[in-house]
Every structure is written in structure tokens, then in C-alpha cells.
Design a protein around this ligand. Structure first.
Ligand SMILES: CCCC(=O)SCCNC(=O)CCNC(=O)[C@H](O)C(C)(C)COP(=O)(O)OP(=O)(O)OC[C@H]1O[C@@H](n2cnc3c(N)ncnc32)[C@H](O)[C@@H]1OP(=O)(O)O
Ligand SMILES: Nc1ncnc2c1ncn2[C@@H]1O[C@H](COP(=O)(O)OP(=O)(O)OP(=O)(O)O)[C@@H](O)[C@H]1O
Ligand SMILES: O=C(O)CCC(=O)C(=O)O
Ligand SMILES: [Fe+2]
Ligand SMILES: [Mg+2]
Length: 338
């Protein structure tokens, strides 16, 4: 990546980090009451009042922690994201800050520049064409039901799940995305994940454990998988074959919105093709950063810091909050804390 430009940009961002510390949480229409028991009985915890979701959709998300909206992104837009992804893989464009990741099964092999060796790109917030996904009005309309009107795009990914080599490294272990995030409250964070083609169990669809968003953040670590595990693909540690797991079969353009505590993962890709999905994690700009020191998130914090230091070629004092400040972009409303 263009280290120099990314470095300059990071410096610019870090130069402006004179934010006041996170405010105390008080009653707030977006963040909810300070104590859920205090006010009138609150019917809904995970969704906000507006006219976008039907009562049935609202209840579904409240109960299950996810909601699939069919046919939300057009074929034309998906084609454009695909084309830009290919340009990034071929290094015809190189947006600052982007991470291009290969599957661990081929990480140490020689490779040519093509989409056939890339399993995921992350942090495409500086790529105008891909970032358009995060600003699509039909996506933001739904996002607002979970975050409220002040919306930050915090984390972006285009996942190109490769055909499994036989080592099962194309799987993504069951996890909660909140493990990666040093901001709260979790109910004002949501992921939008759009299928870029038909996705089912054959090519490794999303697998969700409905209702798990009502639980707490579990400790995560690397699963003991013989064939290898991708860098930072942490999983929950008390995995047992869960009878309640639901495989989300999705058509091209279908989009699932899900809570950051929802336990989810994806199976291996048994086809010869690459399974593509594009996603963005959004948060209310009223969320605040937390310190993860002394929590189960310390392990991912130190891995992220190691990678950043490696990229800059030196030890830095960069904090997790700085890294997230660097990634986040306001997409609607007003910038408040994040
Ligand atoms: C809601 C969020 C949920 C998530 O984000 S889950 C997944 C999070 N994933 C990430 O954040 C992406 C992490 N990946 C990365 O940062 C990079 O791809 C990574 C692993 C540092 C590789 O960076 P590159 O610039 O490609 O560096 P490189 O080719 O010189 O390799 C450096 C060392 O890393 C190894 N590597 C590359 N890809 C890997 C992989 N997929 N899994 C495990 N190890 C991998 C590579 O073998 C090399 O190791 P060594 O130093 O030679 O021993
Ligand atoms: N030890 C583990 N820890 C965490 N997650 C795991 C573990 N083993 C499997 N998983 C994950 O559980 C989810 C379901 O996997 P499972 O193998 O049961 O079904 P699948 O691979 O999606 O479909 P199929 O049954 O057709 O293989 C996937 O996300 C997989 O990555
Ligand atoms: O597309 C997938 O396989 C799921 C990826 C995922 O859950 C993640 O990267 O956090
Ligand atoms: Fe995830
Ligand atoms: Mg399986």
C-alpha cells in the first residue's frame, strides 16, 4: 500500500485527536435510558422508532439479532464493486490504508496479481468507488433504524471467499464482531452485508445463531484447526455444533443487517468459484470509545497494534482508538464522539 500517503493521513488524523474524554452516559433518545428499568417499559431495545421497518421486521430483529432485506443493491452497483475489486487486486488502483489479504493456505506461495489470490480486502474507506456502497441511500435508510440519524461507517470489507484447498481454511469461525470494536453501546452498531452473487451452503454462506445478540461478549481466540487459520480470524471458544444454527441463503443484492453480538461465521467454499460479499459496519457517532485493557479484547488489540507497527516499520504509540479514528467516516448527520 501507499505507506507514505497513509502515514501522512494518519498523522493528520492523529494531530487532531484532542477529543474530550467520553461523556458520562445519561438518558438520551438515541443511546437509550441510562437504566433500562427506569423509564416507561421499553418495548424495543435493539431498534429505534421510525417508519422504515414494519412491526414484524422490528420484532424479528429484536428476537433474532439479524434481518435480511431482499434485493436491496442493484446488479449494476454490484458489477461496479466487482470491477473496482479487480482493479485493486491488479494494483491498478491502490487506495491509502487498504489491506489486501490472502488465504493462509497460499500466504507463503508466489503469486501473481489477480483476484484469484485475494481472500479479502479491508479498509476501503479511501476508495471512492467501493465506499459508495457505504453511502447507498437504501442501505442507510435501514442502518438508521439501528444507529439513529448520526451515522459513521467504521469498518469496510469485501470478502472474496476462495475455493477451499481441502484444508478448510476458507471457513470463518463463529464469532461476534464486537470482539474487534472498542466502542459502545453495542446496540447502536450494525453490520450491513450484501451478497454479490447467489450464496448458499455450497459456496460458504453466513451461518448465524439467532438470538445470541441478547448475550454478552464472549472471549475469542484462534480455533484449533489442523489445516490452519487465517490471521485475526478469532472464534468463540466454547463452540459446539449448535442445533440452532441458521444458514442464510441469499441472492445477489440481498442484504443482511446484524447486531455486533450476534454469533456468526461462514462455512467452507466447496465450489471452484470465489464467493463475494461486501460489508460495512456502522455505528452511531454518539457511541464512545472504551479502553479494552483488562478485557477479553486485549488479545485482538495487541494483534492489531503489531500489524500497524509492522506496516510503519517501527514501534509506535498508536492506540486502538487512533486506528479506529483513522478508519471511521461520517456518512450521515453529525459527527459527535467517534
Ligand atoms: C468485524 C471484523 C471482523 C474481522 O475483521 S475478522 C478478520 C480480520 N482480518 C484482518 O484484519 C486482516 C488481517 N490481515 C492482515 O492484516 C494482512 O493480510 C496480513 C496477515 C498482516 C498479511 O499482510 P501482508 O501485507 O500480506 O504481508 P505478507 O504477505 O508479507 O505476510 C506477512 C506474514 O503474514 C503471513 N500471512 C499472510 N497472510 C496470512 C493469513 N491470511 N493468515 C495468516 N498469516 C498470514 C505471511 O505468511 C507472513 O508470515 P511470515 O512473516 O513470513 O512468517
Ligand atoms: N471449532 C470451531 N470454533 C468456532 N467456529 C467453528 C468451529 N468449527 C466450525 N465452526 C464454524 O461453525 C460454522 C458452522 O460450521 P459447520 O461445519 O457446522 O457448517 P458449515 O461448514 O457451514 O456447513 P456444512 O455442514 O455444510 O459443512 C461455520 O462458521 C464454521 O466456520
Ligand atoms: O463473509 C463472511 O464469510 C463473514 C465474514 C465475517 O463475518 C467477518 O469478517 O467478520
Ligand atoms: Fe463477522
Ligand atoms: Mg462443515
Amino acid at each position: 500500500m501507499d505507506l507514505q500517503r497513509a502515514g501522512v493521513r494518519l498523522q493528520i488524523v492523529l494531530g487532531h485527536l484532542s477529543r474530550p474524554s467520553a461523556p458520562a452516559i445519561v438518558a438520551n433518545p438515541i443511546l437509550g435510558p441510562a437504566s433500562s428499568a427506569s423509564c416507561h417499559p421499553q418495548q424495543f431495545q435493539y431498534t429505534l422508532d421510525n417508519n422504515v421497518l414494519s412491526l414484524e421486521q422490528r420484532k424479528f430483529y429484536e428476537e433474532n439479532g439479524f434481518l435480511v432485506i431482499k434485493n436491496l443493491v442493484s446488479d449494476d452497483d454490484i458489477q461496479r464493486f466487482r470491477a473496482e475489486f479487480q482493479r485493486i487486486c491488479r494494483k491498478e488502483v491502490n487506495p491509502p490504508g487498504i489491506i489486501v489479504m490472502r488465504d493462509v493456505a497460499i500466504a507463503k506461495q508466489d503469486y501473481t496479481l489477480s483476484e484469484k489470490v485475494v481472500s479479502k480486502i479491508q479498509d476501503f474507506q479511501e476508495d471512492q468507488e467501493l465506499f459508495r456502497y457505504c453511502t447507498l441511500p437504501q442501505i442507510l435508510k435501514y442502518v438508521e433504524c439501528f444507529t439513529g440519524p448520526n451515522i459513521m461507517a467504521m469498518h469496510t470489507m469485501l470478502i472474496n471467499k476462495p475455493s477451499d484447498s481441502g484444508k478448510k481454511t476458507s471457513r470463518h469461525p463463529l464469532h461476534q464482531d464486537l470482539h474487534y470494536f472498542p466502542f459502545r453501546p453495542s446496540d447502536r452498531i450494525v453490520c450491513a452485508w450484501t451478497a454479490m452473487e447467489h450464496i448458499d451452503r455450497n459456496n460458504g454462506c453466513l451461518v448465524v445463531l439467532p438470538g445470541t445478540h441478547k448475550g454478552t461478549l464472549k472471549p475469542h481466540g484462534y480455533p484449533n484447526w489442523e489445516g490452519g487459520i487465517n490471521k485475526m480470524y478469532h472464534g468463540i471458544q466454547d463452540y459446539k455444533k449448535d442445533k440452532n444454527r441458521v444458514h442464510l441463503v441469499m441472492k445477489k443484492g440481498d442484504t443482511v443487517f446484524f447486531h455486533p453480538l450476534l454469533i456468526h461465521g461462514s462455512g467452507r467454499n466447496r465450489t471452484q468459484g470465489f464467493r463475494k460479499a461486501i460489508s460495512c459496519h456502522y455505528a452511531s457517532s454518539e457511541c464512545h470509545y472504551i479502553s479494552v485493557n483488562g478485557t477479553s479484547q486485549e488479545n485482538i488489540q495487541s494483534e492489531v497494534k503489531d500489524i500497524v507497527n509492522r506496516r510503519f516499520g517501527m514501534e509506535t504509540n498508536i492506540t486502538l482508538e487512533d486506528i479506529w479514528t483513522f478508519r471511521g467516516r461520517l456518512v450521515k448527520g453529525e459527527k459527535i464522539n467517534l
